[in-house]
Ligand binder design. Structure first.
Ligand SMILES: [Zn+2]
Length: 262
């Protein structure tokens, strides 16, 4: 028995030492050290690009800036009149009813009450921005290389991408329910990955190292970025200027920058 106790003591002491050793960065992520159990082997596939990227996984197609040709130039420019948004009625301001009714359905995993409150602020921002004419116009009029298009757009026009958002048709659900359906799990890791997800999972993992310091509008942008992966949009895994024009990055930025102005 005493031997067992001795070993326990030693390992306790050892782990305390190890924690102190790692914790050389003051101030980050108070109190969440225990949440990263089990994340270790999951290999978030981002990391490398230093700074603040999302780590989103569904990678695959990284056609960088090569999307010449097929995009439909300016044709979705001035069409905000009556006929946007298949099937939905369009009020006089041109924003489809589906944008104004857009819903967000989140399952929270590993959240404290305060973290949940913060996330709910982010959710409110997402809904407000999606409901706005500013958002509709910026999604539809987004340009890359002088054309109305996105990098890595999966062959879709801006208008179709906007409609995909309103449909809320995640690949895994395959139902157009006008709702963002996701699970969010908080974890802590002392690395550069803000969050990540997998193509075959409804869940998005969010690193509290960043989450705890982000403003709600930045959290909102990050959520939207990861969710766009759930709709099937990808981007290059390493940083390039063109990557910022991919669907997840460009529209994620719109959510956070427009959300910050609300
Ligand atoms: Zn991503």
């Amino acid at each position: 028995m005493t031997v067992v106790k001795y070993f326990l003591m030693t390992s306790l002491l050892f782990s305390l030492v190890a924690c102190n050793g790692e914790g050389t960065q003051p101030g980050t992520d108070e109190g969440n050290d225990s949440t990263d159990v089990g994340i270790g082997g999951e290999n978030p596939d981002d990391g490398s690009n230093g700074g603040t990227t999302d780590g989103g996984s569904n990678g695959g197609t990284t056609d960088g800036g090569s999307n010449g040709g097929t995009t439909d130039g300016g044709s979705n420019g001035g069409t905000t009149g009556g006929s946007t948004g298949g099937g939905t009625t369009t009020p006089s301001d041109g924003v489809p009813t589906a944008a104004k009714n857009f819903k967000v359905n989140i399952t929270y995993v590993n959240f404290t009450a305060a973290q949940k409150t913060k996330y709910e602020q982010a959710v409110a921002i997402v809904k407000k921005v999606v409901a706005s004419k500013t958002f509709m116009d910026s999604v539809k009029n987004h340009k890359y290389g002088g054309k109305v298009t996105y990098v890595d757009n999966g062959g879709k026009t801006n208008a179709t991408i906007y409609q995909n958002i309103l449909d809320g048709n995640e690949k895994l659900n395959n139902t157009k329910n006008n709702t963002m359906d996701v699970e969010i799990e908080l974890y802590y890791a002392n690395n550069t990955t803000v969050g990540y997800t997998y193509a075959n999972s409804k869940r998005i993992w969010v690193n509290t190292k960043y989450f705890n310091t982000y403003t709600p509008s930045k959290v909102a942008g990050n959520l939207f970025h990861e969710w766009l992966h759930k709709l099937g949009y990808g981007h290059a895994s390493s940083y390039s200027t063109s990557r910022d024009y991919s669907v997840p990055y460009a529209i994620g930025y719109m959510i956070s920058s427009q959300g910050a102005k609300l």
